[in-house]
Ligand binder design. Structure first.
Ligand code: ADP
Length: 397
């Protein structure tokens, strides 16, 4: 069963093609700068890599071109695009929907209703899914929502202290996100250690970041809340924030609520704090050159990770494993070291050499550490492909 998993940005499309009979990755690739005449196509399949610039006015054209490449007799890995059983999407948020769904008009409407709650994610997904449904009607589109993994979060960690009907009538609760990543980390860690009853704190630190407390494979809390703008500071999104500051900023600047929310969703987070960049590498470099705002941005980010780490250690009664994943979690030894600093009394002790040398899936704890510490590349696409396969099998049977 071949499943293509699509990851969409406003001007990008990345994919992985899996053979789900044995979960083999057959090909990966994507298109950047969609909407321009010089979109960049790239692919890796069967040991060959390929790059090309071409016109890609919209996502459907980009996807069709990728499917043609995959079915190319010389370089491709498919006999025909019709061999693809489904396109799976790591969808973020929808009004009143979670779990896995075949994309139809009602799913698109539910996603569109939350365009302003997930402004970086939902609009490009809705647009691209609409186009794909029109142009590739023979391929089922399956949306696996990020919130699905967090259905096990109990009321204590799910409810905000707001009038009850906000939750009951309007769904204003902590939904949690990054579900595919945290689910992968939970499953993979259990597989590596050969145990299902683990207490895991999964730290997904990247363009957007969240911590998740997991017991026996189930999510008990996630630092992302009602929207993907909450919790830790993100690359350009705010993280936790006091809503009473909104009216002060609106009055002081004359901005509308929409404009202030736009600032919080696009010009805040690490970018807003540092004034340097939304990329941690640039912020680390600026901090090393003495830039005080960049130093503050790093300090706030680390403090926020430690805030949730402390909360989740209490929630789980300790941890068996702490996993660092995402672009920052996997690659920034300095960040991991700052997060774990002085936590030996909790049984958390990094091995400095292993930490600096870590690449891919690696244990990085010191021999004296009670808690195992790991770096681990996530594989959200594989989780979506598994969810799409299970959905197709359920629908067929
Ligand atoms: P996304 O959440 O958009 O998928 P990633 O998980 O790829 O993003 O993480 C991207 C972030 O990872 C970048 O913004 C950058 O800050 C960070 N990053 C990548 N490599 C490094 C590195 N070597 N050192 C520090 N940060 C890094």
């Amino acid at each position: 069963m071949l499943i293509l998993v699509a990851n969409l940005g406003s001007t990008s499309f990345k994919y992985r093609l899996f053979d789900m009979t044995d979960e083999r990755l057959l090909a990966r690739g994507g298109v950047e700068r969609i909407g321009s005449a010089k979109a960049r196509f790239s692919a890796q399949a069967g040991g060959t890599a390929w790059e090309e610039e071409a016109d890609a006015p919209d996502h459907a054209v980009a996807v069709e071109a990728c499917l043609r490449f995959l079915a190319d007799p010389q370089r491709g890995v498919l006999r025909s695009p019709a061999d693809i059983r489904a396109i799976g999407f790591k969808a973020v948020h929808a009004l009143g929907l979670t779990g896995v769904h075949r994309v139809d008009a009602s799913v698109l409407a539910a996603m569109e209703a939350y365009n302003n709650v997930a402004p970086a994610h939902n609009p490009p997904y809705v647009r691209a899914m609409q186009l794909l449904a029109e142009k590739l009607p023979h391929i089922p589109l399956i949306a696996a929502f990020e919130t699905g993994f967090h259905q096990t979060i109990p009321p204590a960690n799910r409810l905000y202290a707001v009038p009850r009907e906000w939750a009951e009538k309007h769904g204003i609760v902590r939904h949690g996100f990054h579900g595919a990543s945290h689910r992968y980390i939970a499953e993979r860690t259990s597989e590596i250690l050969g145990r299902k009853d683990l207490r895991i704190i999964s730290c997904h630190l990247g363009g957007s970041s969240s911590l998740c407390a997991i017991r026996s494979g189930q999510s008990l809390a996630n630092s992302l809340g009602f929207s993907p703008q909450t919790g830790l500071p993100h690359n350009n999104r705010v993280g936790d924030f006091d809503p009473f500051a909104l009216s002060v900023i609106m009055r002081a600047t004359g901005k509308t609520l929409e404009q202030v929310l736009d600032d919080l969703a696009n010009r805040s987070g690490l970018l807003g704090l540092s004034g340097v960049s939304n990329d941690l590498r640039d912020i680390e470099a600026a901090a090393d050159q003495g830039n005080a705002a960049a130093q503050d941005a790093l300090a706030v980010f680390v403090a926020s990770v430690r805030h949730y780490l402390g909360a989740y250690l209490v929630l789980l009664g300790g941890a068996d494993v702490i996993v660092f994943t995402g672009g920052i979690g996997e690659n920034s030894a300095r960040l991991r070291s700052a997060v774990c600093e002085g936590l030996e009394w909790l049984g958390i002790s990094l091995d400095p050499q292993r930490n600096v040398a870590a690449k891919g899936e690696m244990p990085i704890q010191h021999a004296s550490s009670r808690v195992q510490l790991w770096t681990m590349p996530t594989n959200e696409e594989l989780i979506v492909a598994r969810q799409a396969r299970a959905f197709l099998e359920r629908s067929a049977g």
